[in-house]
Design a protein around this ligand. Sequence first.
Ligand code: HEC
Ligand code: HEC
Ligand code: HEC
Ligand code: HEC
Ligand code: HEC
Ligand code: HEC
Length: 217
Amino acid sequence: MSRFRLLFFLLFALSACGLLAAQEPANTPRVKRTPSYTAQGADACLRCHSGDKMRAIAASPHGKAENPHTPAAGQGCESCHGPGSIHVSRAHGGAGFPPLTSFGRGSGVSPREEQLRSCLACHAQKETATEIIEFIGSAHDRRTINCSSCHSVHVEFDAMRDREQQLATCIRCHRRHLEEHPRFEDKSIDFDALACATCHDVHSASSLADRAMDMGQ
Ligand code: HEC
Ligand code: HEC
Ligand code: HEC
Ligand code: HEC
Ligand code: HEC
Ligand code: HEC
């Protein structure tokens, strides 16, 4: 009889172990879960990230759900930031926040390749983009430059659409071109009339040739 009880005890102990293992918080490395897209889309995120900056995106071209290729018509915030199921459930459970794709430069953001991949997944494909953004292999495809060096997406209007803001961005790195732009040394360019992007497609490997030559240079 005592053998039977021992067996019973062992079985009980084993199943208790199993239960414990199953209840281990998901942030221990042993339990690997693959994040998936949340079913609620942007609403899943806006509960916590509800500032003006987050809502501005709805009014931007990325928020136009009538275009089937926009994030709004797809996975919402997660189209860019990646599948957020674990981020959301842990944020609620207070168990730490596994990083989603975060953009920008410096420490605390995702690797540059991951950032580029996220944007180019749509913008380098004929099926999804109005204009193909080549970028890879262009003059600006450098370790220190990524899409966020020039673009902000959590805004209603992209700064690059505005001549003045565009100019201000370009001359952060090309200040000397304001005073002495090659080929226009004598008859300097009127930058109050012409945006830099009138002549330059900064995403393209053949940037100079194409647009500038179209202008009859
Ligand atoms: C088109 C891609 C894209 C979409 C869609 C998008 N984001 Fe972002 N998100 C970015 C980029 C790029 C940045 C870096 C800042 C910037 O460019 O404005 C960012 C920054 C952030 C940050 C960090 C904010 C900070 O101050 O650094 C959070 C949080 C965030 N996004 C949440 C969201 C939420 C919530 C949504 C949906 C409502 C969303 N994002 C939709 C690309 C996107
Ligand atoms: C329950 C609240 C909550 C929800 C829901 C939530 N987040 Fe977060 N999120 C946070 C907190 C807290 C942080 C950490 C903020 C910090 O460290 O400054 C964070 C950080 C982020 C960041 C910055 C990069 C990082 O991972 O640290 C991004 C981007 C982000 N969240 C996007 C999203 C997206 C997209 C969704 C929807 C799928 C979402 N969040 C849903 C609470 C939440
Ligand atoms: C799910 C697909 C998708 C993803 C991911 C995406 N975009 Fe877009 N984006 C679009 C679509 C669709 C438009 C509308 C115009 C078009 O077709 O090019 C657009 C428009 C834009 C515009 C033009 C904005 C304007 O004011 O006219 C910029 C700039 C842009 N995206 C940058 C980015 C950046 C930077 C990222 C990565 C952080 C990104 N996009 C990620 C689909 C996407
Ligand atoms: C050096 C600055 C710079 C960088 C880096 C940059 N862009 Fe741009 N982008 C611009 C400018 C300037 C325009 C405006 C072009 C115009 O108005 O003709 C633009 C326009 C766009 C547009 C709108 C195109 C259209 O006319 O429909 C998209 C989409 C875009 N960029 C995506 C990206 C993506 C994705 C990345 C990263 C892979 C990126 N850009 C990197 C400067 C930049
Ligand atoms: C973050 C810094 C940075 C910003 C912002 C920036 N550039 Fe550049 N750009 C560079 C670097 C670095 C190079 C490569 C070295 C060089 O030619 O000076 C470059 C190269 C170029 C070239 C030469 C292209 C070629 O094919 O040789 C042109 C044209 C150019 N940039 C235009 C622009 C315009 C227009 C803007 C604004 C929309 C801009 N850049 C914004 C850093 C920047
Ligand atoms: C009227 C058309 C036009 C405008 C506007 C224009 N560029 Fe250029 N840019 C050119 C041409 C043409 C060249 C080629 C010069 C050459 O190769 O001799 C060039 C060359 C360049 C180069 C690379 C050449 C070098 O070695 O310096 C950079 C960088 C550049 N431009 C930046 C800018 C910036 C920044 C702006 C806005 C402030 C701007 N450009 C506005 C036509 C233009």
